[in-house]
Design a protein. Structure first.
Lengths: 281, 300
């Protein structure tokens, strides 16, 4: 069981909720039976409530030590209760028990499970599950894995990571909320995104300025024509993003060309700022 | 006016239906677990179906601004496949306490066989254990006996009739169901159940107390706008708006809110349909498409 989460959650629950959750934890750790775990997991919403918990700075620093990026989103009482219960499962059985549960979740349960994967001691054994989850069409469930969650960056293979990022773009998700984008950028992904951009242009559809973040660092003959086109014809934000992509790459030909354009490159917005500005656009 | 359709099988309906229902004022619906028009042969089919009810269909509905609730249960027809029924009974605890599950149902009788009776009784006990309302499906054939027998069995198990909805009632069964204190639901389903002119007459006869109107729209020729259309006809034929509201909104809410899972603020305080949940690719609403139709143009 994750003791950090246990101690902190303990202090944020009402006494009734705490007693109930402790009893469930005891049942799971003393005499593990799947049925009791399933009933308790479902019943968290009824006993703990779905209010957002307010953590102190000290709480956050402890939590971030076990779950990077914990501070990025809100967490509700029932969600963390569910995650605590899942970390209380015996690790030699948690895949089998959670597979059964994953096949029978309601919306919020699914989100809690995917957001909680990182807390598991054997988190690396759940990459197949995470990939399965990413095939969902339910936006909240997809977001629970792809956005703000430290799991994909740490555990997904490059192909799985690229699929996730590409799907996030298809789903018009706020790309800047994908955790550790910069670390996991790769030339293959940059090329896939260029294919995607060309498909969008052929269909007379706009290309998100956030796309250029994945090309930045990997500008080549493959992407240069598209970047040129964007800098010539794009909106202010698209131009800024394309210019940043060129500046962050060492493709001299493109940098030289950019220097000749009437574009002010001194004060370009940050990628997160570009992402936020593009959100819902 | 705002409406609740407390019995409609949305897994069989298209997005056109969702759009029309939303435009007609339906703010919430309940999708009872039932059979799918042909018998399932494996427990996994039930698992995926229940999972759809608590997950995907609930999400799909939310994209049209309609709150989706469901009931979970083994229907009477498929209760006759006993090995399968046993396996489904083991699944029910996994789903019965999910968010938005407002009752155990629809359960009761189809052919009134021994197997149907056995699983009906087991599910009554499950509802009592979880303190959930019960939705009763009354049979097409031998309806009167099937309806009375259902109530006898419920009473034998000590059920409180104010926590039970008896559905698919008609002129022949309504009086007894009302007299015994149950919520009395009528399904406006052309051909096999009843048209809405009969419903107007029933309302004039019985008044609005404990009466509920639903569509039971499914994979057959049925109408997901039965509830708002019936409300319109009632108003047109002189029934007061307050009474119409009771039978097309208020009574269903009172009956099913006893589950603790359905509250008016879910839709009254709901934010606009969350536009961030619209996305292209394989989703329901493609690429921020508008819901109004525009001649022969299919939007890009």
């Amino acid at each position: 069981m994750n003791t950090t989460l246990h101690h902190i959650l303990h202090r944020h629950l009402s006494s009734d909720a705490r007693d109930w959750l402790e009893a469930q934890v005891d049942t799971i750790t003393d005499d593990f039976q799947p049925r009791k775990f399933y009933l308790a997991f479902g019943a968290c919403a009824r006993h703990l409530g779905n209010q957002v918990l307010n953590f102190s700075e000290t709480d956050y620093s402890s939590l971030v030590a076990v779950y990077p990026n914990f501070v990025a989103t809100d967490w509700t009482a029932d969600e963390l209760g569910r995650i605590l219960l899942m970390t209380a499962l015996p690790t030699d059985r948690n895949r089998e028990v959670l597979d059964e549960l994953f096949a029978a979740t309601d919306y919020r349960e699914a989100m809690a499970l995917y957001r909680g994967l990182y807390f598991l001691e054997n988190a690396s054994e759940f990459t197949g599950r995470a990939r399965e989850g990413l095939r969902t069409n339910m936006v909240g469930v997809f977001d629970a894995i792809a956005l703000d969650n430290p799991y994909p960056a740490r555990y997904l293979s490059q192909d799985a990571w690229n699929q996730m990022v590409l799907k996030a773009m298809f789903m018009q998700r706020p790309m800047y909320r994908i955790y550790r984008i910069e670390d996991r950028k790769n030339p293959k992904l940059a090329d896939i995104f260029m294919d995607y951009a060309e498909e969008r242009w052929s269909a007379h559809r706009p290309v998100s300025p956030e796309l250029w973040r994945f090309v930045a660092g990997h500008v080549s003959d493959r992407s240069f024509p598209g970047l040129r086109k964007t800098i010539r014809n794009g909106s202010a934000m698209e131009r800024a993003a394309a210019a940043k992509a060129i500046l962050e790459s060492d493709f001299v030909h493109a940098r030289d060309w950019l220097g000749e354009q009437a574009i002010d490159t001194d004060d370009l917005p940050g990628w997160n700022e570009i992402g936020r500005a593009s959100e819902g656009a | 006016m705002q409406f609740i359709d407390p019995h409609v099988h949305m897994v069989s309906r298209t997005t056109d239906d969702y759009e029309a229902m939303s435009a007609a004022g339906i703010v919430a619906l309940i999708e009872p677990a039932f059979w799918l028009g042909q018998p399932r042969t494996a427990v996994g089919s039930f698992r995926d179906y229940f999972s759809t009810l608590v997950g995907w269909e609930r999400f799909r509905s939310s994209q049209f601004g309609i709150r989706h609730y469901c009931t979970i249960g083994l229907n009477s027809k498929e209760a006759n496949n006993e090995p399968l029924a046993e396996a489904v009974m083991d699944l029910l605890p996994l789903f019965a306490t999910k968010e938005g599950v407002v009752a155990i149902g629809e359960i009761g009788y189809d052919d009134q066989t021994e197997a149907e009776d056995k699983y009906f009784r087991q599910q009554i006990e499950l509802a009592k254990e979880l303190d959930l309302p019960i939705l009763i499906h009354t049979p097409h054939r031998d309806k009167k006996n099937g309806t009375y027998r259902s109530m006898d069995v419920l009473e034998e198990h000590g059920c409180d009739p104010t926590k039970v909805i008896i559905d698919h009632c008609n002129e022949e069964t309504a009086q007894e169901v009302l007299d015994r204190g149950y919520w009395t639901a009528f399904t406006i389903y052309p051909g096999t159940k009843m048209g809405n002119e009969r419903m107007v007459d029933l309302m004039k006869h019985y008044g609005p107390e404990r009466i509920i109107v639903d569509s039971s729209a499914d994979w057959g020729i049925s109408d997901p706008l039965s509830v708002p259309k019936t409300a319109a006809l009632m108003l047109e034929r002189g029934i007061s708006e307050a009474d119409v509201r009771k039978v097309t909104y208020g009574n269903a809410l009172t009956a099913y809110s006893q589950s603790g899972q359905m509250r008016e603020e879910h839709w009254l305080d709901a934010p606009e349909i969350d536009r961030s949940q619209l996305f292209s690719g394989n989703s329901v609403l493609r690429n921020g498409r508008k819901t109004e139709r525009a001649d022969n143009i299919i939007e890009n």
